[in-house]
Ligand binder design. Structure first.
Ligand code: NAG
Ligand code: NAG
Ligand code: NAG
Length: 158
């Protein structure tokens, strides 16, 4: 109930400013929900709705690279993050160029729709606990460097 009130209040606040969080911000907040442990506080301490830049890209959030009002990079390597990640949310970051979160403890599936990220040039999901391999469609992305190594898989398509 409190949460709903808070949500309504914050929506009200954002509406009052004439802007709702962008699709990019919503997608990042969705990913944040899956983070169970963040020992350095890198993500959890900085990915806050209060610190949203109103041009649509949260430039002040750790690990986020902006290009104008869009998220161009998400770089979260070596943070010892434990997360059950729904990486399909990243398909909504339509201008994403770089997605790098190697050497963490991220579980979940690597969704087929990462292949829909047309601007993606660099993808490193290696040294995590993903339960699936990179989708085949990813090979069709131009000039993509993709890495993901798990116990049973090694993919590289430069
Ligand atoms: C992604 O975008 C679609 C279309 O705008 C929306 O319906 C969906 O809820 C979004 N998903 C996330 C995780 O933000
Ligand atoms: C992985 O991340 C940890 C910190 O979480 C760091 O100490 C370690 O050196 C990293 N490993 C590699 C191979 O970079
Ligand atoms: C990932 O692959 C690289 C290159 O094959 C290898 O050196 C490294 O040990 C692998 N990491 C893990 C955690 O298996």
């Amino acid at each position: 109930m409190k949460l709903i009130k808070l949500l309504v209040a914050s929506l009200f606040f954002l509406c009052a400013l004439g802007q709702l969080p962008s699709q990019d911000i919503l997608a990042l907040l969705e990913f944040k929900k899956g983070i169970k442990h963040d020992p350095t506080g890198y993500v959890l301490s900085s990915w806050n709705e209060e610190s949203i830049d109103f041009n649509g890209c949260p430039a002040s959030w750790n690990g986020i690279v902006c290009n104008g009002g869009n998220v161009a990079g998400v770089v979260l390597d070596d943070l010892a993050l434990s997360a059950d990640a729904d990486l399909s949310v990243f398909a909504n970051l339509t201008k994403l160029v770089k997605l790098s979160m190697s050497n963490n403890s991220i579980t979940g599936k690597i969704p087929d729709n990462v292949a829909d990220l047309r601007h993606l040039e660099f993808l490193d999901l290696s040294d995590n606990l993903f339960s699936s391999s990179l989708p085949l469609g990813i090979g069709s992305l131009a000039s993509l460097v993709a890495r993901a190594n798990q116990t049973c898989l090694e993919v590289s398509s430069p």
